[in-house]
Design a protein around this ligand. Structure first.
Ligand code: SF4
Ligand code: SF4
Length: 379
């Protein structure tokens, strides 16, 4: 049996076992979609698009659709630690509910501070109850960094003032899988910028279990939903890159799928924001775009129901899905110096060659080096 056939069988068995569990929602997803004016045809189109995004062959779209309909069988606990709530916003900001937001609404969300009605003592009891009742079965999503200095006292939550460190350790102990949603929970985020007085760290730095990192500040709603769908469908982690990010989302450089790439290759650059080149949609490298050093599917998936992303809106990529981007990618509106440029490109080449085997990555990196070698002067 080939790899895809084996994966398909695994998905079928997993969904069969989920189907045996009691439904946790009073209305089915199908009814919920109908109530929101989303047709079955729209839903199947969404399943096919999600299947393609997950880098699976089209026949898997049946499994994706079925997994979405069984999403209420998988308990989800979502912790908010040291963060800005932008990751939750990313998922929920659609002006009209789309399939992704409705599925998030449909999963068995046992605890989420932004969305739940409970507060104070009652909220804490809800969390404890969910962790006990679904021990070993729940999916744990974490938004925000974990402050570790002073024994974690820079972040305390709830009536018993539990620290973020306590909460994440307790919640992780009973989790079937852990997803760090956003760069804060993946790598520490802006809270971990030097000199990092609170000792902010990503989740993987404070617990011993495997973690899926969804880098991005914030990550797109499709990357969050896609990861949920993958876990619901197969009950296991997807293939990950060297920073534990799903390869299907973070396997290609922003630069290699960017709609301005033709201008980069032609040597057509915006020199100053607002100049004619900016109006003509030229490449933003010289005004600081970090797309050549950043792995994410922003150009293809975009944000806000696929409508736009920073480069389309006219600002360069700031590299927010990469570890330490807040220090290593600054200044966000200037190109990196030549020395750092070559150092990062060496890393990018290695990641690309080892993980993807994509020679275009090397070609892109070489193009940057050769175009800017000797021509870029620090402004
Ligand atoms: S990753 Fe960015 S958007 Fe998400 S919580 Fe952290 S600062 Fe906010
Ligand atoms: S440097 Fe930035 S704007 Fe230019 S092609 Fe690459 S990703 Fe696009």
């Amino acid at each position: 049996m080939d790899t895809h056939a084996a994966l398909y069988e695994l998905g079928k068995k997993r969904l069969e076992s989920l189907r045996q569990l009691p439904a946790r929602q009073s209305v089915s997803l199908r009814e919920k979609l109908e109530q929101s004016g989303i047709t079955r045809r729209d839903f199947m189109k969404w399943s096919a698009a999600m299947t393609a995004m997950l880098a699976l062959p089209l026949p898997f779209s049946n499994l994706v659709a079925e997994a979405a309909e069984l999403a209420d069988r998988v308990p989800l606990i979502w912790l908010n630690l040291a963060e800005c709530t932008g990751c939750s916003e990313s998922l929920l900001r659609a002006t009209t509910p789309d399939v992704s937001t409705l599925i998030f609404d449909y999963v068995s969300l046992e605890y989420q501070e932004v969305l739940m009605a409970a507060a104070g003592m009652q909220a804490e009891q809800n969390l404890e109850h969910a962790m006990k009742q679904y021990h070993g079965r729940y999916l744990l999503a974490v938004e925000g960094a974990v402050p570790t200095a002073n024994n974690g006292s820079f972040l305390t939550i709830g009536p018993h003032a539990k620290t973020g460190m306590q909460l994440i350790k307790e919640a992780a102990a009973g989790a079937a899988a852990i997803i760090s949603v956003g760069t804060c929970s993946s790598f520490g985020g802006v809270q971990a910028a030097a000199p990092n007085p609170t000792g902010a760290k990503g989740v993987q730095a404070v617990i011993d279990q495997p973690v899926i990192n969804l880098g991005g500040c914030p990550p797109s709603e499709t990357n969050i939903t896609g990861t949920l769908m993958y876990y619901i469908m197969f009950g296991k982690l997807p293939a990950l890159d060297m920073f534990n990010r799903p390869k299907w989302a973070y396997g290609a450089r922003v630069h290699d799928n960017c709609e301005r790439r033709g201008h980069f290759d032609a040597g057509e650059f915006v020199e100053v924001f607002g100049d004619q080149a900016a109006k003509d949609g030229y490449c933003l490298y010289k005004v600081g775009c970090k797309g050549p050093y950043t792995y994410n599917n922003c150009p293809t998936e975009r944000f806000n129901s696929h409508t736009s992303w920073p480069v389309l809106a006219g600002h360069g990529c700031i590299g927010c899905s990469e570890p330490d981007f807040w220090d290593t990618m600054a200044d966000f509106e200037k190109p990196l110096g030549r020395q750092l440029l070559h150092g990062l490109d060496a890393t990018a080449d290695t990641v690309g060659a080892v993980i993807l085997g994509v020679t275009a990555v090397g070609i892109g990196a070489h193009a940057i080096g050769s175009i800017f070698a000797g021509t870029y002067e620090e402004k």
